[in-house]
Design a protein around this ligand. Structure first.
Ligand code: BES
Ligand code: MN
Ligand code: ZN
Length: 506
């Protein structure tokens, strides 16, 4: 879908549908909605008076204009309660609205800028939020479905402005929204792709193609190099599969010379069967998405390259399959990570932390000054936070604050989890420096504690996205399936850091 910006009187907008809005409980529409209501001879007011539509968040009513407006239809969408309204509501209603209109076969759609009147939002940010919400909400993964002749798609979304002076800025913000949504949808594509067509090598190829397009430096380390660098933990997880592992390294240089670097690390297990500690078959198909963290950092790098913040960023993605076989890693095995630590592998299904151990060591070796990792790491995190919030863990409160404000700004919910020293006891091993599981209690925390051992003193935040990377039902701008979390947080973080001159990175 193409997004464009035009100065246009809503009553004269000529497309298949025009989107206007209403706050919850408002009986008499104002602003652009009022203009439309008047042109329709008070039809909207009448529907409200009949209590068929009250402006509840995400609800909507579709009306035919019968030639009273140039647009064939008007969709009035509910913005919810005015006290709860914000950019996140704009993204959500935009996604919902476009899905409704797609169902009705609309191809050309115009929208007013929700909330820029009494809602008090800025025109530019709102234009970006509408663009993001629309492109994210319309996402589908249908490359393996038969192409139906009448598959419906919205072709064009027009953001309708009142004043010409706003045009240039609004265009820029809409374009930013497009870049961000493209990145999220790329991550979704990678997560939704089955593991037979997204092997570690395929993931590397996709990253390389993207890097070439966006002029990022891309390095793909193959088995030989991983052996030379003594990445024993990553190699151990990979050894049960006939598909060889890779370590992807993408770099973006937004500042000259040796400047502080933000490191983004993402778990890239293209399929997690559990290995010898095999998982139950029910739900195992979801484990094609066990590279969601890796997909997110790759996709975020693409957007960062396009938005060009003045900051240096390096993404690191260890990728392999976790499978059982005659050559697979076994419970009780002791492996050695890049920094020389020995790890007792008690459960081969706790593989994410193993491959991340080596990736985090590598990030340290590359000299990253700040780290964020994203990983579908633990079922325990799903138990704790469900699919609403990602778990967030840190060794540095100030850095956590930065990540939290980035997440908050883009509407990707996270929750700061504890990391008391007391939890370390659970990952002590009798035979090695550390063991890879911490028992039944506090599984998400002990996993984070394990990772912490490999980051040293570098300020680091770990995002456990096991519960948030895939959605089991559509909602707002998130269709069912891969969500693309936390791509937007990572992009925002890079932009925020560049804004503050990269200073806190010193
Ligand atoms: N990839 C899984 C975690 C996961 C679970 C992601 C559910 C998405 C949805 C991870 O590799 C795993 O298997 N973790 C184990 C760890 C345990 C053996 C300590 C788990 O959570 O069961
Ligand atoms: Mn696992
Ligand atoms: Zn896993």
């Amino acid at each position: 879908m193409k997004v464009n910006v035009q100065v246009q009187d809503v009553v004269a907008y000529p497309g298949d549908a025009l989107i206007v809005n209403l706050f919850d409980g408002v009986r008499k529409p104002g602003g652009a909605t009022r203009a439309v209501d008047e042109a329709l001879g008070g039809l909207i007011s009448r529907v409200i008076a009949q209590r068929e539509f009250q402006g509840k968040a995400g609800s909507s009513v579709l009306l035919h204009t019968q030639g009273k407006l140039r647009a064939e239809r008007v969709l009035v969408i509910g913005l919810g309660k005015q006290e709860e309204f914000g950019l996140e509501s704009v993204r959500a209603v935009s996604g919902e609205a476009l899905r409704v209109l797609r169902r009705h076969g609309c191809r050309r759609v115009g929208t007013i800028l929700h909330g820029t009147g009494v809602g008090g939002l800025g025109v530019e940010e709102t234009a970006q939020a509408i663009t993001e919400g629309a492109l994210l909400g319309l996402y589908t993964f249908d490359r393996y479905k038969k192409k139906e002749e009448d598959r419906k798609a919205v072709q064009e979304l027009s953001l309708l402005l009142r004043e010409r002076e706003q045009m240039a800025k609004v265009r820029t913000f809409a374009a930013t929204g497009q870049v961000i949504a493209d990145a999220v949808n790329l991550a979704r594509d990678l997560v939704n792709e089955p593991s037979n067509s997204l092997t570690p090598q395929d993931l590397a190829a996709r990253a390389r193609t993207m890097a070439k397009e966006q002029k990022l430096t891309c390095q793909i380390l193959e088995r030989r190099q991983l052996e030379r660098m003594r990445m024993g933990a990553l190699l151990a997880v990979a050894q049960g599969s006939s598909r060889s592992p890779v370590l992807l390294v993408l770099s973006y240089q937004g500042r000259r010379g040796k400047q502080p670097t933000l490191g983004l690390v993402g778990k890239g297990i293209t399929f997690d069967s559990g290995g010898i500690s095999i998982k139950p078959s029910e739900g195992m198909e979801q484990m094609k998405g066990d590279m969601a963290g890796g997909a997110a950092v790759i996709a975020a790098m693409g957007a960062i390259a396009r938005l060009k913040p003045a900051i240096n960023v390096t993404a690191i993605v260890p990728a392999c399959e976790n499978l059982p076989s005659g050559s697979a890693l076994k419970p009780g095995d002791v492996v050695r990570s890049m920094d020389g630590k020995t790890i007792e592998v008690v459960n081969t299904d706790a593989e994410g932390r193993l491959i991340l151990a080596d990736a985090l060591c590598y990030a340290r070796k590359l000299g990253c000054h700040r780290l964020v990792d994203a990983a579908t790491l633990t079922g325990a995190c799903v138990v704790a936070l469900g699919s609403v919030r990602s778990g967030a863990f840190t060794n540095n409160q100030e850095w956590m604050g930065r990540v939290q404000s980035a997440a908050e700004a883009v509407g990707e919910k996270i929750w700061h989890m504890p990391m008391d020293g007391d939890y370390d006891e659970q990952i002590k091993s009798d035979v090695a420096d550390i063991r890879n599981i911490g028992g039944r209690k506090a599984g998400a925390i002990t996993a984070a504690k394990f990772l912490a051992r490999f980051v040293g003193e570098i300020p680091w935040v770990h995002l456990d996205i096991a519960g948030t990377s895939q959605a089991d039902k559509e909602k707002g701008y998130t269709p069912k399936g891969a969500t693309g979390v936390p791509v937007r947080t990572l992009i925002r973080l890079a932009l925020d850091l560049a804004q503050s001159g990269g200073k806190p990175l010193r």
